[in-house]
Design a binder for this molecule. Sequence first.
Ligand SMILES: O=C(O)CCC(=O)C(=O)O
Length: 229
Amino acid sequence: MISIERPGLQLRHGPGWLQQQGLNTQQLRRALIDSLSWQQPLVTVYGKQHRTPRLTCWVADPGCTYRYSGLVQSIHPWTAELNDLRDRLQQLLGVRFNSLLLNRYRNGADRMGWHADDEPELDDQAPIVSLSLGVARDLRFRPRSGSEAAFAVNLADGDLLVMDPPSQRHWQHALPPRARVVAERLNLTFRVIQPTTAMQSISTRASLGRAATSTQARAGDTPAPNTSA
Ligand SMILES: O=C(O)CCC(=O)C(=O)O
């Protein structure tokens, strides 16, 4: 794995990790698209309601409930494919993951705004582990403060990206739109959530109507994208 380090940031990038595991990424992507129930939740960002600019699916162990804008997001059960991926990652990293957010970017207009995965319900001692399937997209990183330069990691089909602590505390990441990209990409982020705090923190944020910062709505998830190539 390639180590990418900056002050406060620690990433491990494994290009083609899924292929190295002997998996057929095209078949896997197809199976996930067909077998999961994909949602496009209504979210409030800077006081305005709109649909997230991507599709999502929340997969978790029982009890890891996820509430957004007053609606409890349905928990999709672990499928055979997802359980297999979880097992492989647990073996590699020695971490027990209890939840997974899948993001489905239908084309280059779908995107994710700047954010850190630092919600109180997440175990901040555990890494956030991402797998990518489909067309390559840039995941950009920028420091929350200080003068370190922003940079991007190009995530291609089959890539693994481990974001180790304390990266989420000091850096943000985003998946910007790309006008020329017409193909689809799936991203899976495996997480460790603390079940007792999950409902409370998300529902409080939603009821206050503050700029969303949860795992499903990001500042920058605005309805009209400025797509750039
Ligand atoms: O699509 C990606 O690579 C990033 C996903 C992400 O930032 C997230 O799920 O929090």
